[in-house]
Design a protein around this ligand. Structure first.
Ligand SMILES: Nc1ncnc2c1ncn2[C@@H]1O[C@H](COP(=O)(O)OP(=O)(O)O)[C@@H](O)[C@H]1O
Ligand SMILES: [Mg+2]
Length: 361
C-alpha cells in the first residue's frame, strides 16, 4: 500500500447562483438557486514514502481542496482517501500525528504569544518526546535562522519569519508527510532559498514525504522529482519532472559571443530544419541598439535556437567557427516554467502528456 492513496476522490461545493445587485439578492432569498461546483473531480493518486511531489495547476484547479481532503480538514464528497492507512477526516487524531501542514495563507501559531511558546504548546499537543523536541528545535533554529525571532509573537513577524516559524511548527513532531500549500508565496529570494534548503534537508535526512502546491516554478525545479498537474479538478499529467523536460523541452538556445561579426549568419544554417538565428539586442527593443557602439556590440552576439533532436550544439558551433571566432557560448534549455505554461495554454495535449507520464508514476 502506498503512503497516500486516493481513488476517485471528489469534492463538490454547492454554490449559490445569484443575479447581480440587490434585486438579485432579494430574488435569491425566495428562489434559492444553487449549482454544484466540482472542485476536485475524481483524483487517483498514489504517493510513496520519501517522494517529493509538486502538485500544480492554474488558480482554482482544486489544489488546496485536494490538500485539505488529504489532511483531513475537508470531508470528500466521493471516492476514497487513505493516508498511512488512515481515513484522514475520520481518524483525525491519529492522522494529525502522521502529517504536518503548512498553508501559506494562514498560520497555526498563536498570534499573541512568542514563537518559542507556540512551539512548546505544539510539543504538548503532539506529545513530542523531550529529546526529540530539543533536537528538532536546535536543528530548525539553525537551518531556518529562527534565533532572531523566537522571542517575538507571531503578530510581530515578517511574512518570511512567519513562514519559517510555521514550517518548524509543522515538522516539530517528525511527521511522515508534510503538505505545503504555497509555502513560498510572497517571499523574497533569500528566504525562499532558505525554505527550499530546509525542505530538501528534511526530505533527505528524515525521509519526510513532501507534497507541495506552488506557483513558484523554481520551487518545483529545485525540490520535486515528480510533477502532478491538475486542471479543473482532474489530473492531466503525472510523471517524473525529468521526463516532462526530456519529452517537451526539445529546443535549446546557444548564446554565442563572436570576435568579428558574421553577416548573414542565417545562411549558415539554411539546410538545417528548426534552426533560427536571433540577434538579441536588435530583435528586442533593447536600448543598446540605439548607440553606434551598441550596434557593433550586438553584431557580436548571436543566439541560435535549435531542436536538440534535429541537430547538435557542436554542429552549430562548428559552422560558426568556420566563419569567425566564437569567443564564448552558453546553452539554455527551457525551464519547467515554459513547459507548464504550454500545458495550461492547451498547447500540449493531455494525451501526449499522459503518454509521456505512463509508467513513471
Ligand atoms: N469553501 C468553498 N466553497 C465553494 N467553492 C469553493 C470553496 N473552496 C474552493 N472552492 C472552489 O473550488 C475550486 C477549487 O479551489 P481550490 O482548491 O482552492 O483551487 P486552487 O488551490 O487550485 O487554486 C475553485 O473554483 C474554488 O472557487
Ligand atoms: Mg490554493
Amino acid at each position: 500500500m502506498s503512503l497516500i492513496e486516493t481513488r476517485g476522490l471528489q469534492k463538490v461545493f454547492r454554490q449559490a447562483v445569484k443575479d447581480p445587485g440587490l434585486a438579485g439578492a432579494v430574488k435569491h432569498l425566495f428562489t434559492q438557486r444553487y449549482k454544484d461546483k466540482y472542485a476536485v473531480e475524481g483524483i487517483d493518486l498514489r504517493i510513496e514514502e520519501g517522494e517529493t511531489v509538486a502538485y500544480v495547476g492554474p488558480n482554482g484547479a482544486g489544489k488546496s481542496t485536494t490538500i485539505k481532503m488529504l489532511s483531513g480538514v475537508l470531508v470528500p464528497s466521493g471516492g476514497e482517501v487513505l493516508v498511512n492507512g488512515l481515513v484522514p477526516y475520520k481518524q483525525r487524531m491519529e492522522n494529525a500525528q502522521v502529517i504536518g501542514a503548512v498553508f501559506g495563507q494562514r498560520t497555526q501559531l498563536w498570534w499573541d504569544i512568542p514563537v518559542r511558546e507556540s512551539l512548546s504548546l505544539l510539543r504538548d499537543i503532539y506529545q513530542v518526546p523531550a529529546d526529540t523536541f530539543k533536537r528538532n528545535m536546535d536543528i530548525f533554529t539553525e537551518l531556518l535562522g529562527m534565533e532572531a525571532f523566537l522571542h517575538l509573537s507571531a503578530r510581530k513577524l515578517s511574512l518570511g519569519q512567519r513562514m519559517r516559524a510555521d514550517l518548524a511548527a509543522a515538522l516539530l513532531h517528525d511527521p511522515k508527510i508534510v503538505y505545503l500549500d504555497e509555502p513560498t508565496i510572497g517571499l523574497d529570494v533569500a528566504v525562499k532559498h532558505r525554505i527550499r534548503d530546509f525542505i530538501k534537508e528534511m526530505n533527505r535526512s528524515k525521509g519526510t514525504t513532501m507534497m507541495l502546491t506552488t506557483h513558484d516554478l523554481g520551487d518545483i525545479e529545485d525540490l520535486c522529482e515528480r510533477l502532478v498537474i491538475i486542471d479543473q479538478g482532474q489530473i492531466i499529467y503525472d510523471g517524473k519532472l525529468q521526463e516532462v523536460k526530456d519529452t517537451f523541452a526539445r529546443e535549446r538556445t546557444i548564446h554565442t559571443q563572436l570576435s568579428i561579426p558574421i553577416p548573414g549568419a542565417e545562411e549558415l544554417f539554411r539546410d538545417l530544419p528548426d534552426v533560427s538565428v536571433e540577434r538579441p539586442g536588435i530583435a528586442g527593443n533593447d536600448s543598446r541598439t540605439k548607440g553606434a557602439t551598441g550596434a557593433v556590440c550586438d553584431q557580436l552576439t548571436l543566439s541560435i535556437r535549435f531542436d536538440r533532436f534535429s541537430c547538435t550544439a557542436s554542429e552549430i558551433v562548428k559552422r560558426l567557427m568556420s566563419h569567425g571566432e566564437v569567443v564564448d557560448f552558453r546553452i539554455d534549455e527551457p525551464g519547467i516554467e515554459q513547459i507548464i505554461r504550454r500545458v495550461y495554454d492547451g498547447q500540449l495535449d493531455s494525451a501526449a502528456l499522459s503518454a509521456a507520464g505512463k509508467g513513471s508514476a
